[in-house]
Design a protein around this ligand. Structure first.
Ligand SMILES: [Zn+2]
Length: 320
């Protein structure tokens, strides 16, 4: 028996995190959320070359296809390989046959020049016709000037901003700094520490597995007036498992399913994709093309991607 559904949408991913599976854990146990960033993710993103970005995205795109996810909203950072990084992600996803919306996460963590280079990458990519949003890491790592510049660029280009908001207590003041900048096109990721009546416009992206793993708390997204969608925050692209985690926490399976299908507001074409669940394996059809046939990618050699990603991961681990 075969069960057919539409393609799945992951509304917040970090394709650059796929190579993390090959790295040793942090040197010591992180004590809080900021240490998780400092000891793991900010260390990884600084180590990435453009080639790593490409192979990481290709591996993550393959994983996504194998999970029935056809459309990904990515949030990227590679501070030592910024220029052209979004093109590498697009190339990798296109080769595998997965849709992607890109954003470069602007931040002042690497000084004003780093923030400028991040803004420039968003601008270069979007002006060249790339599909995406203007990325911002989070208010707590940005000056007000940078937040305003990112919002201004997005408004000029008629796209939204993709930003982490109030993920942990360290960013609890985000709403007051962003309220005058947001609009309905923004993607507000997490919102764990937002007040109920935060006054921000945009779509909230709920990532319950990540929030639980990082110990930042439960966002309780049902309390917001905003539309809610689901993301995986770089864990994988298994949004069905994410939906189950959301249902477990909110106690309402129907609501969690609505959050999943709200992803079609972000990626309408995914509705026309088909995921066929056979007895043994998935097949996936994107834009009318079979890109996964009974569990096997048709456009790329999955074994080759995994071998190459393992090689890239080993090289990363050696300079870790
Ligand atoms: Zn994230």
């Amino acid at each position: 028996m075969t069960l057919a559904t539409a393609g799945l949408v992951c509304a917040h991913h970090h394709l650059y995190s796929a190579l993390a599976r090959y790295l040793p854990g942090p040197a010591r146990e992180p004590q809080d959320f900021v240490e998780i960033l400092e000891l793991m993710w900010w260390r990884l993103d600084q180590a990435l070359t453009l080639d790593d970005v490409y192979w990481s995205a290709k591996l993550a795109a393959l994983d996504a296809l194998e999970a029935g996810c056809t459309s990904i909203v990515d949030h990227h950072e590679s501070p030592n390989a910024i220029e052209g990084s979004l093109d590498e992600i697009v190339r990798a996803c296109a080769e595998v046959g997965v849709r992607v919306s890109c954003a470069y996460g602007v931040t002042d963590r690497h000084g004003p020049e780093g923030a400028q280079r991040g803004l420039a990458e968003n601008e270069r990519f979007l002006k060249a016709g790339g599909r995406g949003l203007v990325g911002v890491h989070a208010a707590f790592t940005c000056t007000d000037e940078t937040l305003e510049a990112a919002a201004g660029l997005a408004a000029d280009l008629d796209v939204g901003v993709h930003i982490h908001v109030a993920e942990s207590e360290v960013d609890a003041g985000a709403a007051d700094r962003l309220r005058h900048l947001t609009n309905d096109d923004w993607l507000l990721v997490h919102g764990v520490h937002l007040p109920d009546d935060h006054g921000l416009a945009g779509t909230i992206v709920h990532n319950p597995r990540s929030n639980t793993a990082n110990g930042v708390g439960y966002a309780r997204p049902a309390r917001f007036a905003n539309r809610v969608v689901l993301g995986t925050d770089g864990i994988d692209a298994d949004v069905v498992t994410e939906m189950h985690a959301a249902a477990e926490l909110c106690g309402d399976e129907g609501l969690a399913r609505t959050w999943l299908t709200n992803g079609y507001e972000v990626f309408p074409e995914a509705r026309d994709d088909r995921v066929l669940q056979g007895d043994l394996a998935l097949s996936v059809i994107v834009d009318g093309e079979v890109v996964l046939h009974e569990g096997r990618a048709t456009r790329v050699d999955a074994a080759e991607i995994r071998a190459k990603a393992t090689e890239k991961g080993a090289a990363l681990a050696a300079r870790w």
